[in-house]
Write a protein that binds this ligand. Structure first.
Ligand SMILES: *Cc1c(COP(=O)(O)O)cnc(C)c1O
Length: 459
C-alpha cells in the first residue's frame, strides 16, 4: 500500500469493501487507522510470543497514553465535514473501544477478524443469519440448551432443516453431509456429557463433500487459551465471552472469529443492521477480563483435575478430558492445550443429586461456567431444561448428572465442601474405616473420616 486508502464513507450501513482481503494492515478491515498493536506481535528473534503474553500485551493510540483503552461511552461522533470524514460516526456501526477489543481478540484467536456482540447466543444468531430457507444444518445431539432452542426456532419459522447426529462419530457426519448442507455446527467438549468432537476429521469430510458448507465451532468450553478451532479447519469460531473470556460473570458477550474476509463482511452487515454489537462499557470489561485468562484458566484447570481425581477415586462415574479414563482422552489432547474446568459426574439417582447440589455451600447453584467462583448445577433442570425430557432421554442425558464448573478458590476448601455435601446428601456413608458410597451412587469410597469433615455434617 503506497498511500493510505481514503476514509471509507461512513453511512451507518455503508462500509467500504476496497480494503478487504488484508489481514492486519495499518488500516483494519473496517477502515480504522490503528497502531500495529493489537496485531500479531513477536519478540525480536522472530519467535511468536506465547499466548499468555499476547493476552496481556496491547497498545492503543490514546491521546493521553492511557494504559487501558478508555470507554468511549458515546452513541455518536462529530464529523469533520458535511459528508462525514471521521473514523467513527455511530456506535451501532463502530466504536473505538469495541474496535480495540476486536483487534485484540483477532490476534489472540489467530483470526483475520473478530466481531464482538452482546452475548454468545447473539453471536450464533449473527452466524445463522447466513442461512436461507431449505438450507441444511448438521449438528450434535448434546448441544448447549440455548443453541438447541435457537435451531428449533429456525426449523419452525425459517425453513431450516436441522439434523442432530452424534458428532463424536465423523462417520455419522459423512453419512448425512450433502450438497444441501450449508452449515455444520460443532461443540467440543460437549456439555454436560463431555463428549469430544474430532474437528479436523469432520472439517475435512465436510469440505471434501461440499466446499461451500461452513464448519462452525462453538469454542466456549475451551476458550482461545486452550484451543484454536480456526487452525483445526473450522471456517467460523464463536464463543460466549460471558464465560472464560470475561471470567467474572459480570457481563454478557459473544465473539465471532473468521479468516475469510467475505464471511466477516456478511457478519458485520448483520451486526450493523440489527444493532447487536457489544456496548462500549461491556467491551471495556471484556478487554479487562481477557488479560487474566491465562492465569485464571491455569488455576481453574489444576483445581478441576484434582476434583475429578477425587470423585473418580471414590467410585463416581466422572466425565473430564483430563482423566485418562475419558474414552476420547487422546483425541481431546490432539486438539487442545488443556482439559478446561468443567466436569460432570453421576450419582445414580436424580433426587440424591438434588440433595448434593443443595448441600454444597462454596459451590454456588448456578448455570454457566468460566467464572472465578465454583458452581454446581443439574443441567437437566437448569441450563438444559429448554431441551424437553423426551429429547433428553433420546440423547441419553442422565437426569442425575451433576455439573461442576471449577473456579480459582483453594482446592482443599472446594474438596472439603463437596465431601460434606456428599455426606449430608447421603451419597456416601461414613464408617470408622472410611467413606463409602451408598448403593445408588454405585461407588465405594475410602476417605479417612477426619479429611472429609464428615462427622460434623448433619445426616
Ligand atoms: C453460555 C454458552 C453459550 C451462550 O452464550 P451466552 O453468552 O450465554 O449467550 C453458547 N454455547 C455454550 C457452549 C455456552 O456455554
Amino acid at each position: 500500500m503506497s498511500a493510505p486508502p481514503p476514509p471509507p464513507s461512513r453511512g451507518p450501513a455503508d462500509k467500504s469493501t476496497s480494503i478487504l482481503n488484508k489481514a492486519f494492515p495499518k488500516i483494519d478491515l473496517d477502515g480504522h487507522n490503528l497502531p500495529p498493536s493489537p496485531a500479531p506481535s513477536s519478540p525480536r528473534n522472530g519467535r511468536k510470543y506465547a499466548l499468555a503474553t499476547e493476552l496481556v500485551y496491547t497498545e492503543s493510540k490514546d491521546q493521553y497514553g492511557a494504559s487501558s483503552m478508555p470507554i468511549y461511552q458515546s452513541a455518536t461522533f462529530k464529523q469533520t465535514s458535511a459528508g462525514g470524514g471521521s473514523e467513527y460516526d455511530y456506535t451501532r456501526s463502530g466504536n473505538p473501544t469495541r474496535t480495540h477489543l476486536e483487534r485484540h481478540l483477532a490476534k489472540v484467536m489467530n483470526a483475520a477478524r473478530t466481531l464482538v456482540v452482546g452475548s454468545g447466543m447473539g453471536a450464533l444468531d449473527v452466524i445463522t443469519r447466513i442461512l436461507r430457507p431449505g438450507d441444511e444444518v448438521i449438528t450434535g445431539d448434546d448441544l448447549y440448551g440455548g443453541t438447541n432452542r435457537l435451531l428449533t426456532f429456525m426449523k419452525a419459522n425459517h425453513g431450516i432443516i436441522v439434523h442432530h447426529v452424534d458428532t463424536t462419530s465423523p462417520e455419522k457426519v459423512r453419512g448425512i453431509v450433502s450438497a444441501k448442507t450449508a452449515m455444520v455446527l460443532l461443540e467440543t467438549p460437549t456439555n454436560p456429557l463431555i463428549k469430544i468432537v474430532d474437528i479436523p476429521s469432520i472439517a475435512k469430510i465436510v469440505h471434501d463433500t461440499n466446499p461451500k458448507a461452513l464448519v462452525v465451532v462453538d469454542n466456549t468450553m475451551l476458550s482461545p487459551m486452550l484451543s484454536n478451532p480456526l487452525d483445526l479447519g473450522a471456517d467460523i469460531v464463536y464463543e460466549s465471552g460471558t464465560k472464560y473470556m470475561s471470567g467474572h460473570h459480570d457481563i454478557m458477550a459473544g465473539v465471532i472469529a473468521i479468516n475469510d474476509p467475505a464471511i466477516g463482511d456478511k457478519m458485520f452487515f448483520t451486526i450493523n443492521s440489527t444493532g447487536c454489537g457489544i456496548a462500549p462499557n461491556d467491551a471495556f470489561l471484556l478487554m479487562r477480563g481477557i488479560k487474566t485468562l491465562a492465569i485464571r484458566m491455569e488455576k481453574q484447570q489444576t483445581n478441576a483435575q484434582a476434583i475429578a481425581e477425587f470423585l473418580e477415586s471414590h467410585g463416581f462415574r466422572v466425565r473430564y478430558p483430563g482423566l485418562k479414563s475419558h474414552p476420547q482422552y487422546d483425541l481431546h489432547w490432539s486438539m487442545a492445550r488443556g482439559a478446561g474446568a468443567v466436569l460432570s459426574f453421576e450419582t445414580g439417582d436424580a433426587a440424591l443429586s438434588e440433595r448434593i447440589v443443595e448441600a454444597a455451600r462454596l459451590w454456588g447453584i448456578s448455570v454457566s461456567f468460566g467464572c472465578v467462583n465454583s458452581l454446581i448445577s443439574m443441567p437437566c433442570q437448569m441450563s438444559h431444561a429448554s431441551i424437553d425430557a423426551k429429547t433428553r432421554k433420546e440423547r441419553q442425558m442422565p437426569e442425575d448428572i451433576i455439573r461442576l464448573c471449577v473456579g480459582i478458590e483453594d482446592v482443599d476448601d472446594l474438596i472439603d465442601d463437596l465431601s460434606r455435601a456428599l455426606v449430608q446428601a447421603g451419597a456416601v456413608t461414613v464408617t470408622m474405616d472410611g467413606f463409602h458410597a451408598t448403593g445408588s451412587a454405585q461407588a465405594v469410597a475410602e476417605v479417612p473420616i477426619e479429611e472429609s469433615d464428615a462427622a460434623a455434617a448433619p445426616s
